[in-house]
Design a protein around this ligand. Structure first.
Ligand code: NAI
Ligand code: MG
Length: 363
């Protein structure tokens, strides 16, 4: 087999973190004949500097043709004055839109070695492993009308519209149920059916998909506000949480804070499964940004980027054994007390980006 990857390192610490993934790819190719073929493209400020757009049409075409895309981070003060449509973030938005990546998977994992550093009580988060599945291409961020209307009497009206259609809920529900099957077999669906029509429909459709297609997965429903509270009060009750774009944005940021550092958090954005080939478009990226404050210093934590590659192994290539091994390597390195600055703790050994990458690769 050959597996075609497009690497888009981007700006700031993106390229530094991406460099550490290359070590893992080399090991998989050498020792497991994984057949990864990588190409590297430009995105964000780097692409703007080279061709005046946040991603070129050529790189966009390579992204849609690749088996999977690994994305670093974009942005930085250098491009703050760039026109809105050309700003670095526009590259990521174009990728998400043209690849039709509707399912955003964000794990919140609290490695036992880091439980002390969490903002919550250790026993609440030690060993935490939940997955938030957020709908990414619909809902109130995209529904129309979306406008500010001048009412002419000194008043204005801001309008956003939440729209969800059956097929959009069906496909995100399936993504969540499929993920639960590879995990602990439980899905919690969150909406506000008490006050929103989209919530009523969401609840109805997720229930039907669960009953008809995934009777082996346990499904529960929670109002999204109560879900936010439970996420902080007793997060280990959850396995997979599936929710809409807006609630998912907030709930995944809350979940992120359960786990310690931004430098640890991976994510995946998945498109629909192509019926003919059985493949799906997918982009994997760390949750963090380009971290201009530490860029170029060799101190960024590459684990979020490496863990994003582990998600790629799991969700794009069904390389479960390799993904498990890579995640175990990360946990082992942390357990052994090897830490970058952002997750440093007393008694641990502080290392830079390349040493951390070397340690994970060795493990
Ligand atoms: P950020 O995530 O880049 O940084 C926030 C803080 O966390 C900084 O103090 C940074 O040093 C630290 N941090 C982040 N990742 C780290 C890592 N791997 N290791 C160690 N420390 C790490 O968010 P910020 O500062 O709000 O944004 C910086 C730039 O990144 C902006 O231009 C923003 O628009 C962009 N951004 C891009 C994203 C993307 O490419 N998906 C996501 C978020 C922000
Ligand atoms: Mg957010």
């Amino acid at each position: 087999t050959t597996r075609k990857l497009l690497l888009l390192p981007g700006d700031g610490i993106g390229p530094e973190a991406m460099g550490e993934v290359s070590k893992i790819i080399a090991i998989l190719n050498d020792e497991a004949a994984a057949g990864f073929e990588t190409e590297t493209g430009l995105v964000g400020g780097a692409a703007y500097d080279a061709h005046g757009a946040a991603i070129s049409d050529a790189d966009m075409a390579r992204a849609t043709a690749a088996d999977a895309v690994l994305f670093g981070a974009v942005g930085g003060p250098k491009w703050d004055a760039v026109p809105y449509d050309l700003r670095p973030e526009a590259g990521l938005l174009r990728l998400r839109k043209e690849m039709a990546l509707f399912a955003n998977l964000r794990p919140a994992i609290c490695y036992p070695a880091l439980a002390e550093a969490s903002s919550l009580k250790r026993e609440l988060v030690d060993g935490l492993d939940i997955l938030i599945v957020r709908e990414l291409t619909g809902g109130v961020y995209f529904g129309s009308p979306k406008e500010i209307v001048d009412l002419g009497n000194g008043q204005k009206r801001g309008v956003d519209t939440q729209v969800y259609e059956t097929y959009e809920i069906e496909r995100i529900a399936r993504a969540a149920f499929e993920a639960a099957r590879t995990r602990h077999g439980k899905v919690t669906s969150m909406e506000k059916r008490n006050v929103m029509k989209t919530g009523v429909l969401w609840n109805e459709v997720v229930s039907r998909i669960g009953r008809d297609e995934y009777p082996d997965v346990r499904l529960e429903h929670m109002l999204a506000d109560a879900g936010g509270m439970q996420l902080v009060r007793a997060p280990k009750q959850f396995d997979v949480i599936v929710t809409d774009n807006l609630f998912g944005d907030m709930l995944s940021d809350i979940a992120a804070m359960l786990t310690g550092s931004l430098g640890m958090l991976p994510s995946a954005s998945l498109g629909a499964v192509d019926a003919a080939t059985g493949t799906r478009k997918a982009l994997y990226e760390p949750v963090h940004g380009s971290a201009p404050d530490i860029a170029g210093k060799g101190i960024a934590n590459p684990i979020a980027m490496i863990a994003s590659f582990a998600m790629m192994l799991r969700y794009s290539f069904a390389m479960t054994r390799e993904a498990d091994a890579l995640e175990a390597a990360i946990a082992g390195v942390l357990e052994a007390g090897t830490r970058t600055g952002d997750i440093m703790a007393p008694g641990c050994r502080q290392v830079g980006t390349t040493e951390m990458g070397d340690a994970v690769a060795a493990a």
